[in-house]
Design a protein around this ligand. Sequence first.
Ligand code: HEC
Length: 170
Amino acid sequence: MLKKVLLGIIAVFALIQLIPSEKNISDQKDPELFTLYPTSNTVKNILRTSCYDCHSNNTEYPWYSKIQPVKFWLADHIEEGKEHFNIYEFQNYRPWKQFHKIEECLDEIKEGEMPLESYTYIHTDAILTELQKHEFDLWAHGVLDSMKRQYPADSLISPRKRKELKEKKD
Ligand code: HEC
């Protein structure tokens, strides 16, 4: 009985290895965000080392990523991460969304929510030091300030927030 169960598990494990999954890799090296706003090498490296794997079009796949169900699990993280924020798509977001995403990055990093804890168990180099967090903070505030100078104030408010404000006024 136990032997059968074990064989069954091994068979399932072997079979799921055959499921193909698309890799998150593109030719583009760095995002336009870096040319839109002055970005120091320190901040570029923070984003490259700690965020790209889940929030860009380029994931560096470790050897174990070839093994299912790890492959599924990673693909799921990448898909979800990119859906929330893709650094490579930044320039295509509406101004309010760009503004909001930078604000969210600030919050996520400050609260230690990003990079995801499950990721930093293995990618210990992705853990941000206090100094790195500070550098990121300065850069992100610089981007926000520069956006405020560039865009009319109400274009930096999300449509939902704008509606709420309008309802309050009425
Ligand atoms: C291992 C994958 C992974 C890494 C690495 C990672 N993230 Fe995320 N990130 C996610 C996932 C998954 C979500 C969506 C679910 C959630 O909020 O937990 C997310 C959500 C976000 C959001 C959106 C939050 C929201 O409320 O919609 C921001 C902003 C963000 N991450 C920024 C970053 C930054 C900045 C870094 C690097 C310092 C980073 N992430 C590193 C996986 C990752």
